[in-house]
Design a protein around this ligand. Structure first.
Ligand code: IPE
Ligand code: IPE
Ligand code: MG
Length: 257
């Protein structure tokens, strides 16, 4: 079982120094990550792109463990976008095979650590075997409380908003045509979750690539030049320390309390 940060970080390391800087009473509730740069990581080592994806799954494990230990409640991970279908077939099928392997291996970790898996995106468009495995783990972990992992697969932010509009139009139980932002949010894939406080992107790209468009309206953004396979505890702690130095005003002239 993952505990807290005590004994987790090497004494005297940069990670330990960062962890001491963290205010554990002000940890963001929801952190969303655009896990980018696997291909370039592999290319820089003269390896096939898929080796970058393989190395990236180790970073996923580490991000999950560190997030749970610091007390993050929701971790959203962008793993495959609707636009990623444009990639070569071989890369896509190997990616999904890696995902299925990851789920088989990690489901035990999720159960032991009280972590819940929830898939966001158009699940029906995923390969059947992967979908079955995802649904198996979602069901196994559905009552877990410590942290939710929102895995974005076949996900597009615009598609999510359109899907919400379609659900609203088909919702026979809606009593009035009045619709608040809060009510609209309940039709999104992320229904019931707080908006991300912090959005992280790796590999130095300054764009959101169609991720959680509605939900990131007031998220703090942190970008690192590191490729996803090089993203470890240190980078996550750096992002959190930096986040805690920001003043979130939400349009006001003072910091929100
Ligand atoms: C992110 O890494 C993983 C996915 C989008 C599936 P990339 O595969 O996009 O790596 P780069 O951006 O080409 O380096
Ligand atoms: C964003 O990365 C999607 C995921 C991380 C899954 P991309 O590599 O697809 O984004 P672009 O094409 O650089 O915008
Ligand atoms: Mg990319």
């Amino acid at each position: 079982m993952f505990k807290d940060l005590e004994g987790f970080l090497a004494p005297g390391s940069e990670e330990e120094r960062l962890a001491r800087e963290l205010d554990l009473t002000r940890i963001p509730r929801h952190v969303a990550i655009i896990m980018d740069g696997n291909g370039r990581w592999a290319k820089s080592r003269n390896l096939p792109r898929i080796e970058g994806h393989r190395a990236g799954s180790k970073s996923v494990h580490e991000a999950v463990e560190t997030s749970a230990r610091v007390g993050i409640k929701v971790l959203s991970l962008y793993a495959f976008s609707k636009e990623n279908w444009k990639r070569p077939k071989g890369e896509i099928s190997t990616l999904f095979r890696l995902l299925a392997d990851y789920l088989k291996k990690e489901s035990k970790v999720l159960i032991e650590n009280d972590l819940r898996l929830r898939v966001i995106g158009q699940k029906e468009g995923l390969p059947t075997l992967v979908r079955r495995e995802l649904e198996r783990v979602e069901t196994l972990t559905r009552n877990n409380q410590r942290m939710q992992i929102c895995l974005a697969l076949n996900y597009g932010g615009r598609a999510e908003i359109l899907d919400a509009v379609k659900k609203i139009l088909n919702d026979k139980n809606r009593k009035s045509d009045d619709l608040s932002e809060e009510a609209f949010s309940r039709y999104l894939y992320t229904a019931g979750l707080p908006d991300p406080d912090l959005l992280i992107r790796t590999s130095g790209e300054f764009r959101v690539s169609n991720f959680l468009l509605w939900q990131i309206a007031y998220s703090e953004i942190w970008i690192t030049p590191d490729y996803w396979p090089d993203f470890g505890r240190k980078q996550l702690l750096q992002a959190l320390v930096d986040y805690q130095k920001r003043e979130r005003r939400f349009g006001d002239i003072h910091a929100a309390t």
